[in-house]
Design a binder for this molecule. Structure first.
Ligand SMILES: Nc1ncnc2c1ncn2[C@@H]1O[C@H](COP(=O)(O)OS(=O)(=O)O)[C@@H](OP(=O)(O)O)[C@H]1O
Length: 303
């Protein structure tokens, strides 16, 4: 986990900026992708190009709302179990968020560094691939992802809200939301997903069997842990356990970040036309691809 005070400080600062930011002013575009002005800056993106990854960095890549805080917690606990030292990151953990000098400070951090990111694979610094850092890519079905994203905007008091779910859905489908299009993100990662240093993780699989998911993550990272240790980490990583601790771990935003944690919440918001539009888009973008099969769209997105 990030140093809690740093995480909370960074989020409080972003929320403070959000209060004065209308939805129409929330985004700036960098290399064709919209990012929130409250969290990202062009100078930081430019500085990121020169970021020096290490072979033992652990990268957690996901589109927003696919469970990055969940995986960060799991991987931090795995590192703790192996190293016997509580993992803390003295920066906000999202690689592309923060000031341009953060990459200089990060040079001093001990290994392993856990880097989370919402960037498309071709926007990541090349050193991650050159130095063969391990990358966990977390996906969640696009319907629940969209609902979680909308709820976050409209439930957190200081974050600019959308006029309605229908309005958010329109923008989501156009990719005019923070970090751009879910489908572009997926198409982009599909090109790299079977690389030996990349492991795909599905949110819905973790929900179904957390112990098995954590074991697979642990093996991919080259850790050797007893079943008992895996089970203990699993018990602390359930939605309920993380939500109960969320105020302490993530501050005021905690209960909004750990909102519902379910598969199928989309059924409460999607209308028939929206279902059809999403199903069509999935087909156009991902049907027949390696990633498309792994997402188990039929099980999770067709009523
Ligand atoms: N332990 C656990 N089990 C199940 N689900 C969990 C868990 N931890 C986080 N979540 C759910 O993940 C959603 C938030 O995703 P992110 O952490 O990626 O959000 S963010 O992009 O960093 O803002 C958000 O989904 P929704 O509840 O559907 O909104 C969280 O509740």
């Amino acid at each position: 986990m990030a140093d809690q005070s740093k995480f909370i400080e960074y989020i409080d600062d972003a929320l403070e900026k959000s209060k004065e930011t209308a939805l129409s002013q929330l985004f700036f575009t960098y290399q064709g992708i919209p990012y929130p002005v409250t969290m990202c800056a062009s100078e930081t993106f430019r500085a990121l190009d020169a970021f020096e990854a290490r072979a033992d960095d652990i990268v957690l890549a996901s589109y927003p709302k696919c469970g990055s805080n969940w995986i960060l917690h799991i991987v931090s606990e795995l590192v703790f179990a192996v190293s016997k030292k509580k993992y803390t990151c003295p920066e906000f953990p999202v690689l592309e968020c923060g000031d341009a000098e953060k990459y200089q400070r990060m040079k001093l951090f001990p290994s392993p560094r856990i880097l989370t990111t919402h960037l498309h694979y071709d926007k990541l610094p090349q050193s991650i691939f050159k130095n063969k850092a391990k990358i966990l890519v977390i996906f969640r079905n696009p319907k629940d992802t969209a609902v979680s994203f909308f709820r976050f905007h409209n439930d957190v008091p200081d974050i600019p809200s959308y006029a309605s779910w229908d309005e958010f859905f329109r923008q989501f489908m156009k990719g005019q939301v923070s970090w751009g299009s879910y489908f572009d993100f997926a198409i982009n990662w599909n090109k790299y997903i079977d690389n030996e240093n990349v492991k795909f993780i599905l949110y819905e699989d973790l929900k179904e069997n957390l112990v098995v998911g954590i074991k697979e993550i642990s093996e991919f990272l080259g850790f050797s842990l007893a079943d008992e240790q895996i089970r203990a980490i699993s018990a602390q990583s359930t939605f309920q356990a993380m939500r109960e601790n969320s105020q302490e771990s993530h501050g005021a935003i905690g209960p909004f970040l750990f909102r519902k944690g379910e598969v199928g919440d989309w059924k409460n918001l999607f209308n028939e036309t929206q279902n059809q539009e999403m199903d069509e888009r999935f087909k156009e973008c991902l049907a027949g691809t390696f990633l498309g099969a792994k997402l188990k769209y039929e099980s999770h997105c067709l009523a």
